[in-house]
Design a protein around this ligand. Structure first.
Ligand code: ADP
Ligand code: MG
Length: 362
């Protein structure tokens, strides 16, 4: 089994070698797996009620999109020199799909963890994490950073961790929210643009790095830039690229500030940083959408909401909100009503608990 994840702050910073603040949650994908006698891979998705079997793993496109994640992981085991025996695998879960909670990473990490046991491969968790990420790159075609798979693998109950996406060093600390609770509001939309825009943003960031490198060879990723350096060379940037890169630079700084605030239990400051993060994603990085903005804007009128922002790649999915526990019912009612009035749809709203990362049982 492997969980989905939230990210408290630090959006689109992971592939810029920056910082993120994720945690694994109490929603997961669970696998039943066994070796079979043949050399065939058999998969059944409970949630889609779809069955697929194959003997070869060189393809990228399969009849059902979910197959790619699993085959992608198998391919990584093969690359590690493990001889692939046939597998029967059935899986399903309760992570909202395509909502920015990384159901895809949970599939990759859960399957990788199960294969590691069945093949007795003894691959360390860190290596499995990298393999899961590669499966997403190579087979799903999404050039995701390391955060999603890392959180799904390394999450710990009641703790968040600051992850340095450059050297993958991570620092856990307890998430003691006292009288507050984390609530997700799912727009229940995912606009088609999501994956292509994600890859485009990555290119835009690389573009920005190339510009900075003309002046400073020590800049390897946007993580190495600060606002002063950016401003100094502003004229050398295409204005759009400048705006994108400036968002990333500021968001990285916000993660560090947010960690300090959380450790001090300064939830007010933490909440303000969440709002700032959203504004950057909306106006500068331009990966939000009307539905996400509606959800965040609704909270601005509510004095029991400390912070709210879109979470995940963007163009749909969830917002993450920090609210006073005693107002959870009120929050749910107001958001449901407001969202319905603006969009005609009902959002899914749920509070989340922080849980352990991927595990193999028996
Ligand atoms: P996210 O990772 O944010 O949830 P993605 O678009 O990256 O969204 O991944 C969603 C895809 O992962 C789905 O289209 C599907 O192929 C696969 N997937 C996720 N959850 C399940 C599930 N419970 N059963 C089968 N496939 C799933
Ligand atoms: Mg995903």
């Amino acid at each position: 089994m492997a969980p989905g994840r939230i990210n408290l702050i630090g959006e689109h910073t992971d592939y810029n070698d920056g910082f993120v603040l994720p945690a694994a949650i109490d929603r997961s994908i669970v696998f039943g797996m066994n070796l079979n006698d043949g050399n065939i891979f058999r998969f059944y998705s409970i949630d889609y009620d779809e069955y697929f079997e194959t003997k070869e793993i060189s393809q990228r496109d399969y009849k059902f999109p979910w197959v790619s994640y699993l085959i992608g992981v198998l391919a990584q085991f093969q690359k590690e020199g493990i001889s692939l025996k046939g597998i029967d695998c059935v899986f399903g879960g309760d992570i909202p799909i395509g909502s920015g909670l990384s159901s895809s990473a949970a599939i990759e990490c859960g399957f990788a963890t199960g294969l590691n046991e069945l093949y007795k491969a003894n691959i360390e968790k860190y290596q499995l994490t990298l393999m899961a990420q590669k499966a997403e790159h190579e087979y799903a075609g999404v050039l995701c950073g390391i955060m999603d798979q890392y959180a799904s693998m390394f999450g710990r109950k009641d703790q968040v961790f600051k992850l340095d996406c450059r050297d993958h060093e991570h620092e856990y600390f307890p998430l003691d929210l006292e009288d507050h609770v984390i609530v997700l509001c799912d727009t229940r939309v995912k606009h088609k643009l999501a994956d292509s825009a994600y890859n485009k943003r990555r290119q835009e960031c690389d573009d920005g790095v190339r510009t900075l490198q003309e002046f400073d060879r020590s800049v390897i990723a946007l993580r190495d830039a600060d606002q002063t350096l950016m401003q100094k060379h502003k004229d050398s940037f295409d204005p759009l690229i400048f705006k994108r890169c400036m968002y990333v630079v500021k968001e990285n700084q916000r993660v560090l500030k947010a960690c300090k605030a959380l450790k001090k239990k300064d939830f007010k400051t933490f909440g303000l940083l969440m709002y700032q993060s959203h504004e950057g994603l909306q106006r500068d990085y331009e990966v939000s959408c009307d539905e996400l903005d509606v959800l965040v804007d609704l909270t601005r009128e509510m004095d029991f909401v400390l912070g709210s922002r879109m979470m995940g790649g963007g163009f749909g999915g969830c917002t993450i909100n920090l609210i006073e526990k005693s107002s959870l019912n009120n929050f749910t009612q107001l958001i449901s009503k407001g969202y319905k009035e603006s969009t005609g749809m009902s959002p899914n709203i749920y509070s989340v608990k922080i849980e352990d990362g991927a595990k193999a049982f028996g």
